[in-house]
Design a protein around this ligand. Structure first.
Ligand code: URA
Length: 276
């Protein structure tokens, strides 16, 4: 059962429950995996009320829980997707075992490392990904080639590359190391491959890309592969009232691991350990 007051689009309710992003939720509906009050949905154009019973793969939506956020130090070599058709290892396969089900806030390319934000709240993920939210993403970059600060400054008011408009990019030369240049790059948009594309446009080939901050959150000395939860009060303060309202963030409900859980009997013959 869901607890929102007003009827809401089904995919939004699923996202808020942390089941899937809105887009993935719509795909799950199209696959016939979602029912409301016993009827399998065929289209995501459907509103649900607080009293409706929503089942995904035959399971009720998780009870509403407090909005939570984790900082994760993504290693190179992992794809940021729930399922990779090419079978490559994913971030979600590699997360520490004690994390509940989470979504990533945006994506990092397979060979990008550093700070990836994770949340249990699809509404928060969506809002922090929106270009208009405009949180600063800061990267440390190693790129093959040479460049001057003057050339880097040519993209400070934005640039159009192959018809795609990129917003302002602040790139600072740090040092030359053999054939490579180290830079710091700041941007606020979150477009696909944006750092690589903009630097390639300036004649540089990125060979190491590390995200060191996203909005107010820093990678700091978080170990590679580790996740660190942001305290609820800190998250609330950093979001502020506007973003929290836009995300529909919930700072009242309990955390899932603080809710009493009824043990579910394992199907006969199934003695595999279960992740929460
Ligand atoms: N820019 C890129 O090119 N790749 C990333 O993973 C993130 C930003």
């Amino acid at each position: 059962m869901i607890t929102a007051e007003e009827p809401e689009r089904i995919a939004k309710v699923m996202a808020r429950a942390g089941v899937a992003s809105r887009r993935d939720g719509e795909a799950m509906i199209a696959e016939g995996r979602v029912s409301v009050n016993g009827t399998v949905l065929e289209s995501p154009a459907f509103d649900v009320k607080p009293t409706d019973v929503v089942l995904v793969d035959g399971e009720p939506l998780p009870a509403r829980e407090r909005t939570r956020l984790w900082l994760y130090h993504k290693p190179r070599g992992l794809v940021t997707t729930n399922f990779d058709p090419e079978g490559r290892p994913t971030v979600f396969d590699a997360l520490p075992e004690d994390l509940p089900r989470v979504l990533s806030i945006g994506r990092l390319d397979i060979n990008t490392e550093g700070l990836l934000l994770l949340t249990n709240d699809g509404g928060l993920a969506r809002v922090l990904e929106l270009p208009e939210t405009g949180w600063l993403r800061r990267y440390r970059v190693r790129a093959f080639g040479e460049v001057t600060q003057d050339v880097l400054d040519t993209v400070k008011d934005g640039v159009t590359i192959e018809g795609i408009q990129y917003g302002p990019v602040t790139a600072r030369f740090e040092r030359q190391q053999g054939f490579n240049t180290w830079l710091t790059v700041d941007l606020r948009e979150g477009k696909n491959r944006e750092v690589k594309t903009v630097l390639e446009h300036l004649g540089l080939t990125v060979n190491r890309l590390i995200r060191v901050s996203f909005g107010p959150f820093q990678l700091g000395d978080l170990e590679e592969g580790e996740a660190d939860e942001v305290r609820s009060r800190v998250l609330q303060d950093q979001l502020g009232t506007d973003l929290a309202a836009k995300a529909g963030a919930d700072f009242e409900s309990p955390r899932r691991d603080a809710l009493p859980t009824a043990p579910r009997p394992a199907p006969a013959g199934d003695d595999r350990p279960r992740r929460r």
